[in-house]
Design a protein around this ligand. Structure first.
Ligand code: PLP
Length: 415
């Protein structure tokens, strides 16, 4: 980053400080990962200079013959990776991918049925504080109180009662597999379109570690971050019959010009996800999550649903006499990064919570395995037991740096 160093010392120092945080800490935020240097190179490439609207071969600006090749390559890779009939890779984010599908298929005021935000769903699935909740008539389904699994009977009942135009599956904080087949049958029965937002789990789907929603859904939206471990952006897959509408939903529906530098990084993300190294990494992500969940459970935490099938777990911290925010902040003070998270039927406010959400993608990309997952579980427990003991927390922080920095990240970068 020599030019940056010369031109803007303040920002250069901030990037260096963040790199040190990433190198030394233990990253357990479920939506985070470490991207490869190739992704960073593409995101910082000259492709950022090109402006265009439209699609390959049908642009509103001249000079697109090179970027057209790149976008076409990205689209073909996305289709191949996920076995999809059509792909649109222009969405600037996961939220905009969702917004584009709604813009393509719905009119303001139409009914959508999605998962409750406080039980694992995403803001864009109908929360009242989000455009989705303001623009559409949003109805939400939740979890079964006993099993903490999606209440499919409730989904069916609500679908029959409210006749939504769109049924949405997918979540930001749900540790179990989703029954896409059942959801798609419910959608079919009430004449609704079926969309799956696989933003969190797309990498596990790409690697074949968990079942794919693609054969069951009219639309599949996603980010290329999180488990896909790539560019910071979104994309949409759909059946061929919806291709023209989805493309119009993105442009001119909700976006103007596209970010070619990010799009190229998405195209590389798809290539990387086809490698055997990536598939092995995703298998390890799930093994690490299961080991960490087991360790925390053995140490007296309650794991929501009793475990996990994917990269994340929800940990009920009440058995330790704590709130989510207390443990989140204490963990941050020792260099372990998680996020406070509502547990199902939580009585605490969203800013307090009774739980934390933990994901294992980033630690696994760093090279950590079950042994480290167990070690991290023990460190989390030690923090929980020493929440007000400053000296103990300082001692734990040193051990976190030892563990975090013993798995090198971006060697040679920035030096
Ligand atoms: N969908 C789900 C399920 C998510 O968890 C997220 C992000 O956390 C998004 C969509 C939105 O992605 P973005 O933050 O890129 O808008």
């Amino acid at each position: 980053l020599n030019s940056l160093k010369e031109k803007d010392q303040a920002l250069y120092d901030i990037v260096g400080e963040e790199l040190a945080r990433q190198r030394n800490g233990i990253e357990l935020i479920a939506s985070e990962s470490y991207v490869s240097e190739a992704i960073m190179e593409l995101q910082g490439s000259v492709l950022t200079n090109k402006t265009a609207e439209g699609y390959p071969g049908k642009r509103y600006h001249a000079g697109c013959h090179v970027v057209d090749k790149m976008e076409t390559l990205g689209i073909e890779r996305a289709k191949e990776l996920f076995g999809a009939e059509h792909a649109n890779i222009q969405a600037h984010s996961g939220s905009q991918a969702n917004q584009a599908v709604y813009a393509a298929m719905l009119n303001p005021g139409d009914t959508i049925l999605g998962m409750r935000l406080d039980q694992g769903g995403h803001l864009t699935h109908g929360s009242s504080v989000n455009f989705s909740g303001k623009m559409y008539d949003c109805v939400s389904y939740g979890l079964n109180r006993e099993t903490e699994i999606i209440d499919y009977d409730e989904v069916e009942k609500l679908a029959k009662e409210k006749r939504p135009k769109l049924l949405i599956a997918g979540a930001s904080a749900y540790p179990r597999l989703i029954d896409y087949e059942r959801m798609s049958l419910i959608a079919k029965e009430v004449g609704a379109y079926f969309m799956v937002d696989m933003a969190h789990i797309a990498g596990l789907v790409a690697a074949g570690v968990i079942p794919s929603p693609v054969p069951h859904a009219d639309f599949v939206t996603s980010t290329t971050t999180k488990t896909l471990a790539g560019a910071r952006g979104g994309f949409i897959l759909c059946r061929g019959e919806h291709a023209a509408k989805v493309d119009k939903g993105i442009f001119p529906g909700v976006q103007g010009s596209m970010h070619f530098h990010i799009m190229a990084a998405k195209a590389h993300t798809f290539k990387n996800a086809m490698t055997s190294e990536y598939r092995e990494c995703m298998q390890q992500v799930v093994r690490n999550a299961q080991k960490l969940a087991q360790t925390l459970s053995q140490r007296g935490f309650r794991i929501v649903t009793g475990g996990t099938d994917n990269h994340l777990m929800l940990v009920d911290v009440r058995p330790k006499g704590l709130t989510g925010v207390q443990l989140d902040e204490a963990l941050e003070s020792v260099g372990i990064t998680v996020n406070k998270n509502m547990i199902p039927f939580d009585l605490q406010k969203p800013a307090v919570t009774s739980g934390i959400r933990i994901g294992t993608t980033a630690m696994t990309i760093k090279g950590m395995k079950e042994e480290e997952a167990e070690h991290i579980g023990a460190l989390i427990d030690e923090v929980a037991s020493n929440i007000d003991n400053k000296a103990a927390l300082e001692g734990i922080a040193k051990r976190v740096v030892e563990l975090g920095s013993s798995f090198p990240l971006y060697q040679g970068y920035f030096e």
